[in-house]
Design a protein around this ligand. Structure first.
Ligand code: COA
Ligand code: AMP
Length: 637
């Protein structure tokens, strides 16, 4: 029997008491003066007046409780063929020493530190070292190009950047140092210092007077016996800034606080993921995404569980059995990944025959999130793994699942295509465009009644106005998720689409608006549109359309290659922008708005209603012809 209904009702009856109770899972330096202060912040603040330290709760308290010998971080890297394991005591030594290195560079409470690293354990150490000092980290995903890194450096204005000499992608080594140097050259706010991890795969030259060798400096701090205590911060002080795609090229700096974040994540480890301290949890994502922040770094460690930092892919490192090997080798009890990873595995090993080659006896549950889980993928995973497969839905803005299926409370029956029911803390509603609640089963805007629960973002970094206009203004009293969907008569949530121009490519959140800005900057382009076309492997893929300037007279193929290269150079390989079609005109409304939704439907081979406000319907035929000429109508790959 699931206790979900009882626990959700308990939260509804008294949210403050519910979170006060959950907060007992955290060690505070001093308690909150108000568990929830409705007068503070835009919609109230959690654990106002409390002081705490997130690193202390992730590391030191486990050592002090006598669990120093327990495994904390496991680095498994098919990319380099190496496996490394760190206990909580070793983690404390590494993090304490790195914090001393940062402190020596002048980093103190409230200073920002940008982390641009591949999937190495030092990325987690770096996050924790910042938390130890009360500094605010901002991790930038390694697949972003220098321009994107520069934008984030300029906005966060970090004192120090922590990076590495290289990252490793299948078949190629990515030299990070030139990317970092280019980003710093582009940025107006120059960091004072860079701490660089030299990797044997590809070492780099350090810049005299600016760069510090990570390993040398940490070793020296350990030898010198330097200790850094955990600095007391307010529960409401920022722990990190994580930039996420918005509707323009300027990413949104989602701010996460210390206290509420810890309380919510600790609660989820036990109740949603059903994991016990001392067990091994694995989120196969990247530290550059929110999943990596919450469930590679903070969640498992707060809970005293071990986390796996995996530097590999679901397929090709070396084959579609990679996930089963990691689960076996490290005794993983719960795996969290994106559905696209399972689609990739299923494509290469449709019979799931590699699963039988590994001992998965400790493995209990598969969790999927980051994009819509198609029923076929869930059914395949259920069938081949013979274990619960749990879809759950969340966003960078919340930091933990808004809807899910709490395994720790006893899972309720799964409905295929639904990421479960609202988690305690979230009062989820579906509204029509006028802000009225719709009947169960009716498609509409998914919103969450304010206040957001602990861990919900209190603001956007340097963009308090944008926080209101993007999230709070459209439906007063509610947080607008920008997802569209339904809630059925049993309370199950179904996420169907984004209501903005965000697309989801292999579980990565990308802005088509940002891609359009890059394409429009090409000298031969008059106007353009990018839509997300359905893709059987990655969920969606960006698809560009462009109109050239009069007299440009360019070969369309050559121009397409230039645009593909431009997006890769400016945004990064992660944008997966591979296709741009020349058209004579773009379909627009009479007021000049490009009809991206209709274009997307044509590309997906779906039926569409002729938009009432369309200026010239003939343009849709031209778009259809352009797509048909490239055999691009219907689901790809
Ligand atoms: N640093 C540099 N480049 C990176 C990178 C990183 N950290 N991560 C990805 N890239 C590059 C890839 O090499 C690829 O480059 P290419 O165009 O030269 O091939 C490009 O960015 C697109 O990457 P990706 O979308 O990951 O596609 P892929 O073809 O390499 O792999 C999957 C496909 C399905 C195996 C892969 O997307 C995957 O494992 N997805 C899991 C999803 C996930 O973790 N989502 C995070 C949110 S939960
Ligand atoms: P991100 O902020 O990168 O985590 O992306 C959040 C977005 O990913 C959400 O707004 C959804 O559009 C999508 N998303 C995340 N999880 C799910 C899910 N389980 N089902 C459907 N869409 C999801």
């Amino acid at each position: 029997m699931s206790r979900y209904v009882e626990i959700y009702a308990e939260w509804q009856a008294d949210p403050v008491r519910f979170w006060e109770e959950a907060a007992r899972g955290i060690d505070w330096f001093s308690p909150a003066t108000a568990v929830f202060n409705a007068e503070a912040g835009v919609y109230g603040r959690w654990f106002d007046g409390a002081t705490c330290n997130t690193c202390y709760n992730c590391v030191d308290r486990h050592v002090e409780a006598g669990h120093g010998d327990r495994l904390a971080v496991i680095h498994d890297s098919p990319a380099t063929g190496q496996v490394a394991r760190y206990t909580f005591a070793e983690l404390q030594e590494q993090v304490g020493a790195l914090a001393a290195v940062l402190r020596a560079q002048g980093v103190t409470k409230g200073d920002r530190v940008v982390i641009y690293m591949p999937m190495v354990p030092q990325a987690v150490f770096a996050m924790l070292a910042c938390a130890r000092l009360g500094a605010v980290h901002s991790v930038v995903f390694g697949g972003f190009a220098p321009q994107e890194l520069a934008t984030r450096i300029d906005d966060a204005a970090p004192k120090v950047v922590i990076s590495a000499s290289c990252g490793i992608e299948p078949g190629r080594v990515i030299a990070y140092k030139p990317l970092l140097d280019e980003a710093i050259a582009l940025a107006t706010n120059k960091p004072q210092a860079c701490v660089i991890l030299q990797r044997d795969t590809l070492r780099c030259d350090l810049t005299q007077g600016r760069d510090v060798d990570y390993a040398e400096a940490v070793r020296a701090a350990i030898v010198a016996g330097e200790r850094t205590e955990c600095v007391a911060v307010a529960a409401t002080d920022p722990l990190y800034i994580l930039y996420t795609s918005g509707t323009t090229g300027q990413p949104k700096g989602v701010v996460r606080d210390n206290g509420g974040h810890m309380v919510a994540l600790k609660w989820t480890m036990e109740h949603h993921y059903g994991v016990n301290p001392g067990e091994v949890f694995w989120a196969a994502s990247d530290v550059g995404w929110v999943v990596g922040h919450s469930y590679i770094c903070y969640g498992p460690l707060l809970h005293g569980a071990a986390t796996v930092v995996y530097e590999g892919k679901p397929v090709g490192t070396p084959d579609a059995g990679a996930f089963w090997r990691v689960i076996q080798d490290h005794g993983v009890v719960a795996l969290f990944t994106a559905p696209t990873a399972f689609r990739a595995i299923k494509k290469e090993d449709p019979a799931g025959s590699l699963i039988a080659e590994y001992d998965l006896s400790q493995f209990r549950t598969l969790f999927l999130a980051g994009e819509r889980s198609d029923p076929a993928t869930i059914e395949w995973a259920q069938d081949k793994l013979a274990r619960p497969v749990i879809d759950h839905w969340w966003q960078t803005e919340t930091g933990w699942p808004m809807s899910g299926n709490p395994v720790g409370l006893g899972a309720f029956p799964v409905k295929l295509g639904s990421p479960g029911r609202p988690m305690p803390g979230y009062d989820i509603r579906v509204l029509d465009d006028a802000g009225h609640e719709v009947a169960p089963g009716t498609l509409g805007n998914i919103v969450c009644k304010l206040p957001l629960p602990p861990s919900g973002f209190p603001t956007l970094w340097n963009a308090a106005e944008r926080f209101i206009s993007s999230y709070m203004a459209e439906f007063p009293g509610y947080y607008a998720t920008s997802d569209a969907g339904i809630i059925d008569e049993d309370g199950y949530v179904f996420i169907m689409a984004r209501t903005d121009d965000i697309i989801n490519v292999a579980g990565h959140r990308l802005s088509t608006g940002a891609m359009e800005e890059v394409i429009a900057s090409h000298a031969d382009i008059a106007e353009c549109a990018v839509v997300g076309k359905a893709d059987t492997l990655k969920g969606q893929m960006p698809l560009g359309f462009f109109v050239t300037n009069d007299g440009a007279d360019r070969d369309p193929g050559e121009l397409e290659r230039e645009l593909v290269q431009l997006v890769r150079a400016r945004i990064g390989a992660v944008a997966a922008f591979k296709c741009a079609l020349e058209v004579k005109r773009l379909p627009k409304t009479r007021s000049g708005k490009v009809l991206r939704g209709t274009v997307q439907k044509i590309a997906d081979g779906e039926t569409y209603k002729m938009p009432a406000a369309i200026d010239d319907p003939a343009i849709l035929d031209e778009i259809t012809a352009a797509l048909a000429a490239r055999n691009l109508i219907g689901q790809g790959t």
